[in-house]
Design a protein around this ligand. Structure first.
Ligand code: MIC
Ligand code: SF4
Length: 645
């Protein structure tokens, strides 16, 4: 049988189910990654399930999100993560070592292997032919304990690239172009595979940039073939032995083919407030810019930042612009330092930021009120930068660097700057001293629990009947940043009762209090939403904290993949309207009752919600596998899995 790359990897890891499109399959996970903001809960849940050691080939715990360390909470989390890693056999990447996806690509990713990460941009690893998937922390904890990862056998689209990129046009522009084609919704259950003659001209980090932003399209993952380009990259990382070739069989089938001529792409930008609102830079030309941030897991590899340094070299940034640069990894930073590139950046007026997520998650470097910020990251959701009314645009590092010089959106092809011819290095600087490998005697390690680190909350079994009250009605494309803000609130990730105070903080600041009162009165809280609920991050707190607030169901027109899985993992039913027009008939405060609630969800039957105010019966679908229904009725995956692995 002729197989494409995605099928080859899935089939070679298949442990449960039949490989039939749309059916649930269980696959073995070879590698996992966690980052600190999702990691503390993932390891607390790992412990709560009674697991004693990891069963994967490799698990790595990165510290990259919460590194600002205002107060004791972040450093306490780092201490917990470091001790728990030593105890259970996990590699610990110290704060300062870089952003998980960039470091994993450099030091650990392997073509043909599966990687599950508690971060939505885990698919970055697809740049070197890894089947890399983002998931909630609890799914990652289960995979670390040897449990399977379940997903629907996907629809597989081929993106066939032809031609080559013109000077000043970059991998970021390819990702933005694909966002224009595929948009940020409607791609649940899709895995992207890249092919065609155009890929030969894309380096491994360029491919990783493209794979990274598949997360914004809502696809499960994006995979490139593993070829001579991949081999060269791994060799340059001193990891030639990790290479294996991987390509689609001639004549392999796809559900859809998207043809893209690289030569026809222009420098692009995603405009406020969605990665899917794409314009040409030439259309934005002249618009004043207040802030430029270069970095993040999308665009801060060695070549990205060397190119930025070359653009800045011998020039000064505009007096009206604040420029921050965060190299994606310590490897990149050390190489920039040795090459004198940091000098060029600092001389131009750049502010050097830590090798971490930082500005991307609104953890610092928030722009001024109403100001325009150009960022090389992957998400520009409203308020994510930490400034509610900032206008955030996403571009390539090249466009960002030129704008920092001119103080306005500038088509880089017309800026009078020669395109810097930076090459990928033949050998990267390899210094793994900030990766702490577990040693023997883990059982003796004492786990450090700071006062901000609580127990993971457990849900109760699904109630027999739903005594629902609509706590909130929201529209389309609600992101997990709307549901569970990060930024300044990020430090409460290990303290659910505290973090739960901020659920929907920027949408309806009374939400949390109202939910707790309603829960105390014995009601079951319900959220009603439009299309594509739960876009963006993998943060399971966007389900865990609503669970803590007594939310039992979210009724939406449609859901995004990771968030729907997280809702289920915490015993919240992700229901879709049979008739989307019913959405408009529900108001905040409406009582939604369902008599056969547990039976309906347990048996996969439609749930009929009776709106007590209008008398209408609203048919909702809960399209789940038998395994998922068992998780839901148990009140979530923690209850369902404890004692079973
Ligand atoms: C993000 O980019 O939104 C994050 C912060 O990396 C999240 C993870 C988190 O919320 O901790 C993600 O992408 O999954
Ligand atoms: Fe970090 Fe931003 Fe990447 Fe998320 S998207 S992992 S916050 S750099």
């Amino acid at each position: 049988m002729k197989r494409n790359i995605v099928e080859k990897i899935l089939v070679s890891h298949l442990k449960e189910g039949e490989f039939v499109k749309g059916r649930e399959i269980g696959i073995r996970i070879d590698q996992t990654l966690t980052q600190d903001a999702t990691g503390t809960m993932a390891y607390l849940q790992f412990e709560a399930m009674g697991l004693k050691e990891i069963k994967t080939d490799l698990s790595v715990s990165y510290v990259d999100h919460n590194t600002v360390q205002i107060g004791f909470e972040n450093a306490d989390d780092h201490g917990y993560l470091r001790s728990v890693a030593a105890k259970y056999g996990v590699v610990y990447s110290r704060p300062g070592n870089g952003i998980c996806h960039q470091v994993h690509l450099e030091r650990f990713g392997k073509p043909g292997a599966t990687l599950l990460g508690s971060d939505s941009h885990t698919p970055t690893g697809g740049g070197i032919g890894q089947l890399a998937i983002g998931a909630g922390g609890l799914d990652v904890a289960v995979a670390m304990g040897g449990g399977l990862f379940y997903t629907a056998a996907p629809k597989i689209y081929l993106v066939r690239l032809t031609g080559g990129l013109a000077p000043w046009v970059t991998a970021k522009d390819v990702a933005l172009k694909l966002l224009e084609i595929l948009s940020t919704r409607g791609n649940v259950g899709v895995m992207l595979e890249y092919g065609g003659p155009g890929i030969k001209k894309l380096s491994a980090p360029q491919r990783a940039t493209i794979a990274n932003m598949g997360a914004e399209m809502g696809v499960t993952c994006s995979v490139f073939p593993s070829d001579s380009v991949t081999k060269k990259f791994l060799k340059a990382q001193g990891r030639g032995a990790d290479w294996t070739g991987l390509k689609a069989d001639r004549g392999a089938k796809y559900d859809r083919v998207i043809d893209l001529d690289l030569a026809a792409i222009e420098p692009l930008a995603a405009c406020p407030h969605s990665p899917g609102i794409i314009k040409k830079i030439s259309e934005l030309e002249g618009k004043p810019v207040d802030q430029v941030c270069i970095g993040s897991c999308t665009n801060s590899s060695y070549k990205d930042l060397m190119t930025v340094a070359e653009i800045l070299k011998g020039r000064k940034i505009s007096p009206d612009v604040s420029l921050g640069i965060a190299p994606g990894s310590r490897q990149t930073l050390q190489m920039l330092a040795r090459k004198g590139a940091l000098t060029a950046m600092l001389d131009a007026g750049a502010r050097l930021l830590e090798s971490a997520c930082g500005f991307c998650i609104g953890n610092h470097f928030s722009p001024g009120s109403g100001s325009v910020s150009i960022r090389t990251s992957n998400r520009n959701f409203e308020g994510r930068s930490g400034t509610a009314d900032a206008q955030v645009y996403l571009t390539s590092p090249e466009v960002a660097a030129v704008a920092a010089l001119t103080g306005k959106f500038t088509d880089p092809r017309k800026a009078g700057i020669e395109y810097p011819a930076v090459k990928e290095p033949a050998a990267f600087l390899v210094d793994d001293s900030m990766l702490i490998k577990p040693s023997a005697g883990g059982a003796e390690v004492e786990i450090l629990h700071g006062p901000n680190i609580g127990e993971p909350p457990r849900n109760v079994k699904m109630p027999e009947q739903l005594n629902g009250v609509t706590m909130l009605v929201v529209g389309d494309k609600i992101t997990t940043d709307h549901i569970m803000p990060a930024g300044a609130r990020l430090k409460y990730r290990s303290n659910v009762p505290k973090y739960a105070q901020f659920v929907f903080e920027n949408v309806d600041s009374a939400f949390s209090k109202r939910c707790l009162e309603s829960k105390a009165a014995g009601a079951h809280n319900v959220i009603v939403a439009g299309e594509s609920y739960g876009q963006g991050s993998s943060r399971e707190h966007a389900a865990m904290c609503p669970m803590y607030l007594g939310v039992k169901a979210v009724v939406a027109k449609s859901f995004e993949r990771i968030h729907a899985a997280n809702l289920l993992n915490f015993g919240i039913a992700p229901l879709t309207f049979k008739n989307p027009a019913d959405y408009a008939s529900i108001q905040a405060g409406d009582r939604l009752a369902c008599e056969n609630w547990r039976a309906a969800t347990a048996q996969g039957k439609p749930a009929i919600l009776k709106n007590v105010r209008t008398g209408a019966s609203i048919e909702c679908v809960c399209d789940l596998s038998a395994r998922q229904r068992a998780i839901l009725t148990a009140g979530g995956l923690l209850n369902h899995t404890t004692g079973k692995l």
